[in-house]
Design a protein. Structure first.
Length: 274
């Protein structure tokens, strides 16, 4: 074999090997393209185009109006026979629109029609909060029902959205202790006789105070210089509101305590230093 024939046969063999290598690698490239096309939803990378971008985040809706607190002063109003109680209601709110953005209603019980308060005084606070102070012109007097009352506040924003919050308070009428005394018990030199009369605001309205029957009072004692009161005895008022009880005679301070009820306030009367 001459040198020219040898070179010609070697070149033909090399070309054949190159074609065979391309033929073997073609299925692998096609398979890879198929896999990528399946990942792109059946399209090739050229057909798929650029990857989609995420939509911009939606803007959050503005905050609704809010009420942080509703506070009534005094916390436990008590009506005297000839003098009502002036209430002050403070509402801390945010998001109110205009000078009448917060309104207040005071009503007895859990339900019922209440009285709307006049426009309040408005004071700005930090963080968007504002304090609205209401002073209802009508005093709570003996002619209003005693018991649980509510102060209901409503805040409204510029879009008409509302938020309501309420707090309850106990409205009571006054009671008093009269004629309270502690004297030596007869025939018992080492005993004291504690007596007096418990009265309340007359529920009929004919008198300032009237007798308060069938109520319990406690008789308490404290040593001179001491801070703690100890109950020495209990007594019950009769039909006329009168009570009396004998207690051991001791050196110190005595007092009579009526704890009160849901409708009538309690009262304390210091009666004797021995």
């Amino acid at each position: 074999m001459t040198l020219r024939r040898l070179l010609t046969s070697s070149a033909a063999g090399l070309a054949a090997l190159t074609v065979l290598a391309e033929a073997l690698s073609a299925p692998s490239a096609a398979a890879a393209g198929a896999v990528e096309a399946r990942a792109l939803g059946g399209r090739t990378p050229a057909e798929a185009g650029p990857e989609p971008t995420a939509p911009p985040a939606a803007r959050s809706a503005p905050d609704r109006p809010a009420i942080r607190s509703v506070r009534v002063l005094p916390r436990q109003p008590v009506a005297r026979p000839r003098r009502g109680v002036r209430l002050v209601v403070e509402v801390v709110a945010r998001g109110a629109a205009g000078p009448r953005g917060v309104t207040l209603r005071v009503e007895p019980g859990r339900r019922g029609r209440g009285r709307a308060a006049p426009p309040p005084l408005r004071h700005a606070r930090g963080g968007g909060w504002e304090a609205w102070r209401f002073t209802p012109p009508v005093r709570l007097s003996r002619w209003y029902p005693a018991g649980r009352w509510r102060a209901v506040a409503t805040v409204r924003d510029a879009r008409g959205r509302r938020t309501t919050a309420a707090t309850s308070f106990l409205f009571r009428k006054a009671s008093t202790l009269t004629g309270v005394q502690a004297v030596r018990a007869r025939r018992r030199a080492r005993a004291l006789r504690v007596s007096g009369t418990l009265m309340r605001v007359d529920p009929t309205g004919r008198f300032d105070y009237w007798s308060f029957p069938r109520q319990r009072v406690s008789i308490q004692f404290r040593k001179h210089g001491g801070r703690r009161w100890k109950i020495q005895a209990r007594a019950r008022t009769d039909r006329e509101g009168v009570f009396h009880r004998r207690v051991p005679r001791r050196h110190g301070v005595w007092r009579v305590v009526y704890p009160g009820t849901r409708r009538y306030a309690g009262v304390i009367r210091v009666i004797r230093h021995t």
